[in-house]
Design a protein around this ligand. Sequence first.
Ligand code: SF4
Ligand code: SF4
Length: 368
Amino acid sequence: MNIIQPDIDFIQQTKKISGSSLKECMQCGECTVVCAITPESNPFPRKEVFWAGWGLKDKLIGNPDIWLCHQCGDCSTYCPRGIKPADILAALRQINYLHYAKPKFIAKILNNPVFFPISLAIPLVVILAIIYAAGTLKIPPGPVNFSKFFPHAWLNSSFLTLTLLVISTTLFSIRKFWSDLKNNYPGKKQLSKFRSVKSVINEIMTHSNFSKCNSQKHRRTSHLMVFYGFILLLLVTVMAIIAVITDNYPLPFFSPVKIAGNFAALLLLTGLGIMIYQRLFNKEISGNSNYSDWLLLISFFLLTLSGVFLEIGRFQNWNISYHIYIFHLVSVWFIIIYAPYMKFGHFLYRTVALVYAKSRGRNTYIIS
Ligand code: SF4
Ligand code: SF4
């Protein structure tokens, strides 16, 4: 006889993050029927709502299906009991990346608004300490020149060290996640890892699954804008670092790198603007927005906006350019340090879960 042992804390946590009730579900299966991207065998999200309601945490940690959901909201729209399966699955994804992220205390700081000042103070103090160690912690006289305030050698080496540190800790988490996927959902391998990765990259580049959404048609456009804006911004950052190393910095306003950077900012601000607008004024369809959702959206928006003001400030020689510079650096470091603990971590876990699901043949859709 199987004895079910509900994890009450898990139930409470899922309810709190999703803002949705769990017990009212009558298991009608409507949510699964309307989902356009669920596989034919063992479809979601009905079973996940059931497991969450019973606190079956073991079934929902290291579960690939919750990552196949693209939060289109169709299931929430059609649920006859007013339950929000889309929000429940989003909450389960959050619980998952918090489960795998190490060290745990950073995850706790970052997901509780009470600790927001601490989460902000950490990158600020570290940046100021590095500039102090470089001996340049004062506003330099004359035209704006950021390298006189934060020497490029110090900036690039600290930035690189930090990024490598975050990547290495994240790789440990991802390894554990992959091993849990294999242990919890063994399945027969049907596609090689290479072909699975290729297929997932193709899916990510086109965001094809978003086009199956009915309730939130805008999601594909806004996500594509943010995705390509971010990729372009990463490329521009690498080009800027190369320009620094080869002594070609600062770049003129009309250099191709600057133009690409400005275009990336435009894509990001527009895409993020659409997302923020939908969450503020289209709540019924966008679903529940919790602290973690807002933290990611606002921090990305402020990072991009401060980058734009930074550029204008440098060309216009604004007095407050160095203050904007500090703000911008804190935003950049905030995102880098905390990426695995924020909703940003979604991108990594979803990609890994999609690769795993593809390799196990979980990619046939009810509606094509
Ligand atoms: S549609 Fe609503 S009530 Fe029906 S199974 Fe899904 S969550 Fe439960
Ligand atoms: S939010 Fe969309 S993709 Fe996710 S389970 Fe519901 S209908 Fe399916």
